[in-house]
Design a protein around this ligand. Structure first.
Ligand code: SAM
Ligand code: SF4
Length: 349
């Protein structure tokens, strides 16, 4: 990991009108995903081991520090921030950060503040999220069967998540459901999940499992190529490709029978890196320029070195020069080790 401290020579741009940050491959970096905690109240089998070692609490940035970091990215041209984790809504006082960033949406400095959540705490926070300026959220839901839900999340309560979805819709939040496609677990359930989502006015996106972090299961047993899932769905539904985009890697189809939209995120079968516009910040101030690579930049040292943001801006600029072209994920029987050792919960999905 490189540190920029002591290398402030190449002047950083402190003006917000300097245009977006550009990486070496000509991609504008306008989207920041922030993992506000690596902790979670679930233990989804594809995401975490049952007994996880979490980051020491002392290494965590405070919410004030995370706000300062996010603000530096906004100054440098980031227009969209997604809070994720771990489970973002289990971080103590998280609404402080949501409110602070929400002000930047109200001021026009940010186009969108959103979050990805497992839904367990949504019933409690939905109204406040809306009040802070959040308008759209992603909720992860892999099955509609309460017993299977308990199996896949190990610790999750399906009823609470349903109450969370109800509360969020009632509060006016637009929801997109995310489901990880898992072989022999939910592949036959995707039509039901889709009908459920579309009936309630929600898009559904299915995601391929990515080889991140040690888990108890064998990832080759979990991995379901979405090309196969799509072929199965096409036997029952009429899927029409659309140009619809949410600024992310999902490719959408319209489903004639339900009148809703279905997204496919295919990091494994189709490399989605060429249009990547994002970087990922962890709760300890480490910036990953790619979800699927180990290279990272330490922003915490620059953040804490001075109250002035010049060093921090220089550190961000330097990090962006290292954004790689793409990831090297492979899942097959000859690759038994995860492509990256850290779990998805550290970098945020
Ligand atoms: N706890 C929140 C949640 O579950 O929505 C936010 C964090 S979670 C890491 C973000 C997303 O990453 C979830 O939709 C989850 O299903 C997905 N995810 C976790 N591990 C994954 C993996 N190994 N491959 C693909 N997606 C994964
Ligand atoms: Fe927690 Fe989300 Fe990972 Fe499930 S996918 S263990 S809810 S961080």
């Amino acid at each position: 990991m490189n540190s920029i401290v002591g290398n402030i020579g190449n002047a950083s741009q402190l003006r917000s009108d300097a245009g977006p940050m550009m990486d070496p491959f000509g991609r504008a970096v306008t989207y920041l995903r922030v993992s506000v905690t690596d902790r979670c109240d679930f233990r989804c089998t594809y995401c975490m081991a049952e007994h996880m070692t979490f980051l020491p609490k002392k290494d965590l940035l405070t919410l004030e520090e995370l706000n300062r970091l996010c603000s530096a990215f906004i100054t440098k041209g980031v227009r969209k921030i997604r809070l994720t984790g771990g489970e973002p809504l289990v971080r103590k006082n998280i609404m402080f950060l949501v409110r602070e960033l929400g002000k930047q949406v109200q001021d026009g400095a940010l186009d969108e503040l959103t979050l990805t959540t497992n839904g367990s705490q949504l019933a409690r926070y939905a109204d406040e999220l809306y009040d802070c300026g959040v308008r759209r959220i992603n909720v992860s839901l892999d099955t509609l069967d309460p017993d299977k839900f308990r199996t896949i999340t190990r610790w999750g309560d399906f009823t609470k998540v349903m109450e969370g979805i109800d509360a969020a819709q009632k509060a006016g939040l637009k929801i997109k459901l995310n489901a990880v496609a898992l072989k022999d677990f939910n592949e036959t359930e995707i039509p039901d999940l889709m009908r459920f989502a579309h009936r309630r006015g929600m898009d559904l996106t299915v995601i391929e499992t990515m080889p991140m972090g040690e888990i108890e299961e064998d990832r080759t047993d979990q991995y379901l190529p979405l090309s196969q899932l799509r072929a199965d769905l096409e036997r029952q539904f009429t899927l029409t490709d659309t140009a619809y985009q949410t600024g992310g890697p999902a490719r959408y189809v319209e489903v004639a029978e339900t009148g809703g939209r279905l997204g496919f995120i295919t990091p494994m079968t189709h490399n989605f890196c060429e249009s990547c516009n994002r970087v990922r910040l962890t709760c300890t101030g480490t910036l990953y320029m790619c979800l699927g690579q180990n290279d990272a930049a330490d922003l915490r040292t620059a953040l804490r070195a001075t109250e002035d943001d010049a060093l921090l801006h220089a550190a961000i600029d330097e990090a962006i020069t290292r954004k790689p072209k793409g990831h090297d994920f492979i899942i097959d029987r000859t690759h038994n080790r995860p492509a990256v050792a850290r779990h998805m919960s550290v970098t945020g999905g």
